[in-house]
Write a new protein. Structure first.
Length: 299
C-alpha cells in the first residue's frame, strides 16, 4: 500500500499529508529503500524523456552536449532553449512540432511574451529531437507520435530493456507523446541503466538545459554534480548518481512540492552524501512572508 511520505506543517499544525511510494537502489542493484507500493505501475510522465532521448540517439540522431540534454529535459522556455530547439529542427518548420503551444515556465520570459508558442513548451526539445531522429533514420515526420511509428516502438523497447519488465500501460502524455507505465522499481532500474549511457553525462554536464534558471532539477544537479535529477508531472521524480545509486518517487496526490526532499532523503539513506543540497531536504511554508512551517519528509 502507499505510505505517508511527507507532511506539511503550519505554525505547529499538520495541515496536509503526502502519501505515495519511493524506492532506492544500491549500486549493486539491491533494494536499499522501499516504502509503499513500489511494484505498482506508475506513469513516469517527463521522467520518460531521458529514455526517449536514448532511443533517439540509438536511431542515429545527431545529439550531443546541450542538444542531448535538452532532448532529455523539461526546459523553462528561455531564449537559449528556443535557440537550441530551432537548431535541432535544422530548417524543418516549427509547425511539424506536435507539442501544443504553451507559455514558458520562466517568469521573466513569460512576461515578455504576447502569445503561447510550441517552441516555448517545456517538451519542445524532446519533440525537436524526435523529428531530427526521423530525418536521420528516414522515418515519417508527420506521424512521429503514433505508437506504431518506428521511433515510438524503439522507445518502448528501450524502456523495457532498461527496466527489465514489460510495459504495463500505454498512455498519452501532456505533450502528446506516448508514455509507458512501469513499476516504480522498474523505473529506478531503468535509471541505473541510463547511467551507463551518454544521456546521463549530457544531463550532468548541461543541467541548465534539463530545466533552466531556478528549476529544481537544475538546482539539485548544480548542488550535487554527480547526480542526474528529472521530475515528471503528477508527483514523479527520478534521481541517479554516477556511483550507481538510483531513486524513483511517486506522490499520489500529484503535487510535486515534496518530491525532491523525498528523493534526496532516500538517496541519503542509500549512503550517498546529499549534504551540499541540504537546503532542498525540506520546503519552507510561509505565512505573512515569514517561515511558519515546512514540508518535511517523514518516512
Amino acid at each position: 500500500m502507499p505510505a505517508l511520505l511527507a507532511e506539511v506543517t503550519r505554525s505547529g499544525f499538520v495541515e496536509s499529508l503526502h502519501h505515495g511510494s519511493v524506492v532506492g537502489l544500491l549500486p549493486s542493484g539491491a533494494v536499499g529503500v522501499s516504502v509503499g507500493a513500489v511494484e505498482d505501475p506508475v506513469l513516469p510522465r517527463s521522467c520518460m524523456k531521458p529514455f526517449q532521448a536514448l532511443a533517439c540517439l540509438a536511431a542515429g540522431a545527431p545529439l550531443a552536449g546541450p542538444a542531448l540534454a535538452i532532448a532529455a529535459g523539461s526546459h523553462t522556455g528561455e531564449n537559449r532553449h528556443v535557440e537550441l530547439v530551432m537548431q535541432l529542427l535544422g530548417g524543418l518548420p516549427v509547425g511539424l512540432l506536435r507539442c501544443p503551444p504553451s507559455w514558458p515556465e520562466d517568469e521573466p520570459t513569460r512576461r515578455r511574451m504576447t502569445e503561447p508558442s510550441r517552441v516555448r513548451m517545456n517538451c519542445s526539445g524532446k519533440h525537436a529531437a524526435m523529428l531530427a531522429t526521423c530525418l536521420a533514420a528516414q522515418w515519417p515526420t508527420q506521424t512521429y507520435l503514433e505508437t506504431s511509428h518506428p521511433l515510438q516502438q524503439l522507445v518502448m523497447r528501450t524502456v523495457e530493456e532498461l527496466s527489465g519488465e514489460s510495459v504495463a500501460h500505454t498512455a498519452v502524455d501532456g505533450c502528446g507523446a506516448p508514455v509507458y507505465g512501469l513499476s516504480l522499481h522498474g523505473l529506478a532500474r531503468a535509471m541505473q541503466g541510463l547511467e551507463r549511457t551518454p544521456v546521463a553525462g549530457a544531463m550532468r554536464g548541461f543541467p541548465e538545459y534539463v530545466g533552466g534558471t531556478g528549476h529544481v532539477n537544475t538546482v539539485v544537479m548544480r548542488q550535487l554534480p554527480g547526480v542526474v535529477a528529472k521530475g515528471g508531472a503528477e508527483g514523479v521524480l527520478v534521481l541517479a548518481t554516477d556511483a550507481g545509486h538510483a531513486v524513483a518517487v511517486k506522490v499520489l496526490d500529484g503535487n510535486p512540492r515534496a518530491t525532491t526532499a523525498i528523493g534526496l532523503t532516500a538517496l541519503a539513506a542509500l549512503g550517498f552524501d546529499v549534504s551540499p543540497a541540504k537546503e532542498s531536504l525540506s520546503v519552507p511554508v510561509l505565512g505573512g512572508g515569514q517561515v511558519v512551517g515546512e514540508v518535511r519528509v517523514v518516512f
